[in-house]
Design a protein around this ligand. Structure first.
Ligand SMILES: C[S@@+](CC[C@H](N)C(=O)[O-])C[C@H]1O[C@@H](n2cnc3c(N)ncnc32)[C@H](O)[C@@H]1O
Length: 474
């Protein structure tokens, strides 16, 4: 999982779901919307009071909580300069998986992940309710049913992203959550005094997903959830990350830019593509500079050189994935990012992907021996340079181009179908379909990447003779 606080941690909480609150307010004279806003503001002010009460004044000296178009957010209370520390919270405020009650920790099977442990922490504190020392914070976490991670999408919504890696990753995540629930269920059943007797697969999944978008690891070995810090919203261009000072046992954020008083202050959840934002955080960005596409390349089962090619790939540190039954798939996935300059040196199409295509195109053991020998003459990496034979290199690049074009075709069809679904949304704005909009961002981002990669290959193809003459590494 990705994470809010840079690299591997992802946990943020969303704003309270207005519809849930409205339902309980229908008999009141006060307008439900006004009431919801009043409750949100009250939660925020109680939260800040709670924070100060815990001695966390360094957290709110430059920042305060408010509402933004993306839900709760942190705003500058005074001008902030780039390089300035905008927030520091002590270790006491940080929630880690070992803060579960000892009774639960002793009962939990070894393989239960830190994500699941934090989900259990949340469920236990929710069960305590107002008596929980974390109650003002827990109240600010997203209520049941309000998350938009793809793990909550309906089957027909998932169809919109069927050609994207997020489809497979969502199924995998759901399977992991199901397995984690099965392994903690006996503990939940043994501890109704800690969790109540209402924890279902659905409530566990919600808690797990809440942790998924509120927790990070700050590059450390363990996960942590930092109340207040998880009110930061994400900006893809932002460089500011949450860091953890192990010596002082505190977490802090340094601003990467100037902010005027009253402006929303952002951090980066990492250089995350829309596929990860959708899965881990339940939102996407319309033009995400970190978008990427997963491209599968595999050896044909009918290739007479399959065994020799696999052996060559493995010898040179190019692994292929195994099926669950242990057999070799003969292929691997490669992530490509947008190629910013078609005429540039090819950043965005990984060397490993091009190398794989070159190995795939070999038709004799002699060619494979040559590839191995050439790797030995250089840095040991296989097929990193254009092939000496112009026609062979053209064949390898054409193979890649055909792969990109086939993906472009699939994605274009999906994009048209999503556009249709979004049109329905615009016709009846009351029936907003954020999931269709997210699907649109995911597919459009992947298309942008694929078009740029195909354009780069076409350019590469037309200039192959030049490249081969100089035997340049592109
Ligand atoms: C760590 S929380 C940030 C605080 C959150 N806005 C709240 O109301 O509690 C992360 C969540 O905020 C929202 N969010 C953060 N950055 C966003 C962005 N750039 N665009 C849209 N939603 C964003 C998403 O709902 C995400 O799951």
């Amino acid at each position: 999982m990705a994470g809010v606080w840079g690299g591997t941690w992802s946990r943020v909480r969303c704003i309270g779901g207005p519809s849930a609150v409205c339902a309980s307010l229908r008999t009141h004279v006060v307008s439900p919307v006004a009431q919801v806003h009043a409750e949100v503001q009250q939660d925020q002010s109680e939260f800040v009071t709670w924070l100060r009460g815990r001695g966390e004044d360094d957290a709110c000296s430059a920042l305060t909580v408010g509402m933004s178009t993306h839900g709760r957010a942190l705003f500058a209370t005074r001008p902030i300069e780039a390089g300035e520390r905008v927030l520091r919270v002590s270790g006491n405020l940080i929630i880690t998986p070992d803060k579960l009650p000892m009774e639960v920790l002793e009962l939990l099977p070894k393989g239960v992940s830190e994500w699941a442990r934090l989900a259990l922490f949340l469920l236990a504190e929710q069960h305590i309710g107002q008596a929980s020392e974390w109650a003002p914070y827990i109240r600010c976490l997203p209520p049941y049913g309000s998350l938009h991670s793809t793990i909550f999408w309906k089957k027909e919504e998932m169809e919109m992203v069927r050609y994207s890696s997020v489809h497979r990753e969502t199924l995998q995540r759901k399977a992991v959550i199901g397995a984690e629930f099965a392994s903690v269920l006996p503990v939940l059943q043994q501890c109704p005094h800690i969790f109540g007797d209402q924890v279902t697969h659905a409530s566990f999944k919600h808690a797990y997903a809440t942790e998924g978008c509120h927790v990070g690891n700050c590059g450390l070995q363990w996960l942590m959830q930092v109340p207040f810090v998880d009110f930061f919203n994400h900006d893809a261009e932002c460089q500011a990350l949450l860091s953890y000072d192990e010596e002082k046992a505190c977490a802090e954020v340094v601003a990467d830019r100037n902010y005027a008083a009253g402006a929303q202050v952002f951090i980066s959840y990492g250089r995350l593509p829309n596929t990860i934002l959708a899965l881990d955080f339940g939102f996407t960005l319309p033009f995400n500079p970190h978008d990427q596409v997963e491209v599968w390349m595999g050896l044909s089962r009918r290739d007479p050189l399959r065994k020799s090619k696999l052996s060559l790939l493995h010898t040179h540190g190019m692994p292929t994935l195994l099926h669950t039954d242990g057999s070799d798939s003969g292929g691997n996935s490669f992530h490509i990012r947008e190629v910013k300059s078609v005429i540039g040196r090819g950043k965005g199409i990984p060397h490993a992907l091009r190398a794989f295509a070159r190995v795939l195109c070999a038709t004799s053991t002699h060619e494979l021996t040559e590839l191995g020998a050439e790797a030995g003459r250089h840095d040991g990496r296989l097929a990193r340079r254009p092939l000496k034979s112009c026609s062979k290199e053209t064949q390898a690049m054409n193979l890649l181009l055909a792969r990109f074009e086939s993906l472009i075709h699939q994605h274009s069809i999906a994009a048209l179908q999503i556009a249709e679904a979004c049109r329905g949304t615009k016709q009846s704005p009351a029936k907003k379909k954020p999931n269709a909009e997210m699907a649109s961002d995911v597919v459009a981002g992947e298309l942008r990447v694929l078009y740029s990669a195909a354009a780069w290959i076409r350019h590469h193809y037309t200039s192959i003779s030049v490249l081969t003459t100089s035997h340049a590494v592109v």
